[in-house]
Design a protein around this ligand. Structure first.
Ligand code: HEM
Length: 562
């Protein structure tokens, strides 16, 4: 035994042992997914450090002090990490299976470098758009094993119903706290089963149940805006956010956050926004998020999760008069709330509110920028249910121009601008032009760029609701309010603000119903312009990409029409 100990101690004092161990560790790390296992790795390294120091001490009980043994272990690990890190960097830079794809050199080495692109204005979708232009390529490498792809013909292969791609490791960041939500589960089977229930909560019948709540909250929004209309400036971006959170609370849990009544943000919703703000950076480093939450360091995120779980617990105690989403998801027979429903509660709160209010803010920005378009929309909306003091959701359900306004808002300003992460199957996949994408590669398809690509949408930067109208609708429309004559086109395959395929947005019909009702009532009740000190630049500059958009402020002047 003493002999073995001495031999191992001798090895510890060589350079080749830690170098070899570093290379071996690289081999192991390269063949698995370690993003959310940093706690296992750090425990293994800490244990190995203690083992090395102990062996060195025990092998020389007379000649070695404890501090000397620790110093030997320190040296061993310095060489080990130098070998591991150099091996990783050299491999990623020159030998990786993605080496043929162009992209910034720093991003080949580590995702940490994406922070240098994120930090300046926190609008990463603009950075990747610039990189596609810079490298004149539809496929660029944006991480050691990550590609960013803007080819429309790749959408079905990566996102379509028969795609072999799965959700990437990005989705697993908070499994250790509250399990997986419908959106974050990476198991196709689990998703399929849970999606059936969610679909019942958002089918045509359920939407009819929710419609009166959409009307009620829209009515309250417009009444509140009327109360404030004498003011020179109204922060419309806040008001639509109050609206979308209150409505989501009502439809999701049969409770309101009363933000519209109070005209101010609920403290919990402030927390939602703060914790989403951190996601701007953590989205690029999912393992930092899982490590931080394990260490209890990401307090805002943990408090936010506690809030969404509490909202659900409080809902479980009540039996509301009206159907709501959690009425479908909760099982009254369960005594406790299953862990993953807490994750679904967080999904409901994030997915159901900021997305819709960000899109509405952008649409109002566009309507302020183009007063002619606003007037055209108003003249069309004025023909809908003219005798009624207020337009209900069903009054505005079939108005092609209004629909076009909503679709253009979603196209030019998708609420999930950088897209969603998918991972290629182990065997990789071949794109229609023969480009081979290797296996286990993370892929992002940024909607912001795809939606602004002239190959998909003619005059892509023009907000043109007509592009979504078919010929008969256009002809009918032109009789009332001639269009510009410009034949704007849209390749619908490239339009995916709600995602596409089996994981697409289950709430999209509700979202469009909300947006149509709010926009129609707003332009019918008011003429809207930028407020005096406003030129729309805050919304352009201060909007932040935190997976969903945290939109900048927009101040408007509302003049009541009647
Ligand atoms: C303009 C508004 C909205 C936009 C742009 C939007 C966008 C998206 C996108 C892109 C996804 C796919 C996420 C992924 O694959 O990781 C998604 C999923 C989802 N959205 Fe929305 N969403 C909106 C509104 C809503 C609303 C109002 C609700 C519910 C009240 C909702 C509930 C969900 C849910 C539950 C999922 C997960 C679906 C699944 O994984 O099967 N969304 N949404």
């Amino acid at each position: 035994m003493a002999e073995i100990l001495r031999s191992v101690a001798q090895l510890i004092h060589t350079t080749y042992a830690p170098v070899a161990l570093g290379l071996l560790s690289h081999l192991v790390l390269n063949n698995g997914e370690w993003d959310h296992k940093s706690h296992i790795l750090s425990s293994a390294w800490a244990t190995a450090f203690a083992v090395v120091a102990t062996i060195d001490y025990l092998a020389n009980p007379l000649g070695q002090s404890i501090s000397g043994a620790v110093a030997v272990a320190g040296h061993f690990f310095a060489v080990y990490f130098a070998s591991l890190v150099s091996s990783i960097l050299i491999y990623r830079a020159f030998f990786h299976r993605l080496r043929k794809f162009p992209g910034p050199f720093s991003l080949r080495l580590s995702k940490w470098f994406s922070l240098t692109y994120v930090i300046p204005d926190r609008q990463y979708y603009k950075v990747t758009e610039g990189l596609h232009k810079k490298y004149a390529s539809d496929i660029i490498r944006t991480g050691p094993r990550e590609l960013n792809i803007i080819r429309t013909d790749a959408i079905p292969l990566i996102h379509g119903p028969t795609s072999k791609c799965t959700k990437g490791q990005w989705y697993a960041g908070s499994y250790h706290i509250e399990g997986a939500s419908l959106q974050t589960t990476r198991s196709k089977q689990d998703h399929k089963e849970r999606r059936k229930v969610w679909e019942r909560a958002f089918n045509a019948r359920s939407l009819r149940d929710y419609e009166p709540r959409v009307n009620r909250h829209t009515h309250l929004l417009i009444s509140k805006l009327l109360e404030h209309a004498h003011e020179p400036s109204i922060r419309i971006s806040n008001w639509v956010n109050f609206f979308s959170f209150d409505l989501m609370g009502d439809i999701g849990y049969s409770r309101s956050f009363h933000m519209l009544e109070k005209g101010e943000e609920d403290k919990w919703i402030t927390l939602v926004h703060k914790s989403m703000g951190a996601m701007t950076f953590l989205n690029h480093l999912p393992y930092v998020m899982s490590t931080a939450t394990r260490l209890g360091a990401a307090k805002d995120i943990l408090d936010f999760m506690a809030f969404t779980s509490e909202t659900l617990r409080e809902r479980k105690k009540r039996t509301p008069k009206e159907n709501d989403v959690f009425g479908w998801l909760l099982n009254p027979a369960d005594e406790d709330i299953p862990l993953q429903l807490n994750a679904d509660s967080r999904l409901m709160i994030v997915a159901g509110s900021d997305t819709t209010s960000a899109t509405l803010t952008w649409i109002f920005y566009e309507l302020c920028m183009d007063q002619t378009l606003q007037a055209k929309l108003r003249s069309i909306v004025d023909t809908l249910a003219p005798g009624k003091p207020f337009l209900d959701a069903e009054d505005v359900a079939n108005c092609p121009y209004l629909e076009g306004v909503v679709l253009e808002g979603l196209r030019l300003h998708p609420a999930v601008p950088s897209g969603v992460q998918r991972e290629t199957p182990p065997e990789g996949l071949n794109l229609p032009d023969g480009t081979y994408i290797p296996g286990n590669v993370l892929i992002w398809m940024p909607m912001h760029t795809i939606h602004r690509d002239p190959r998909n949408f003619s005059s892509p930067l023009t907000f043109a609701p007509e592009r979504w109208m078919d010929d008969a609708e256009k002809e009918n429309f032109d009789k009332k309010s001639p269009s510009s004559g410009q034949p704007y086109t849209a390749d619908k395959r490239a339009f995916m603000p709600f995602g596409t395929g089996p994981y697409n947005c289950v709430g999209q019909k509700l979202a469009t119903m909300e947006m149509r009702t709010v926009i129609a009532n707003l332009v019918r009740t008011f003429e809207m312009r930028f407020a005096d000190e406003e030129d729309g630049s805050s919304v352009l500059k201060d909007t932040v990409d935190c997976f969903t958009l945290n939109v900048g402020k927009l101040d408007v002047k509302l003049t009541p029409r009647r």
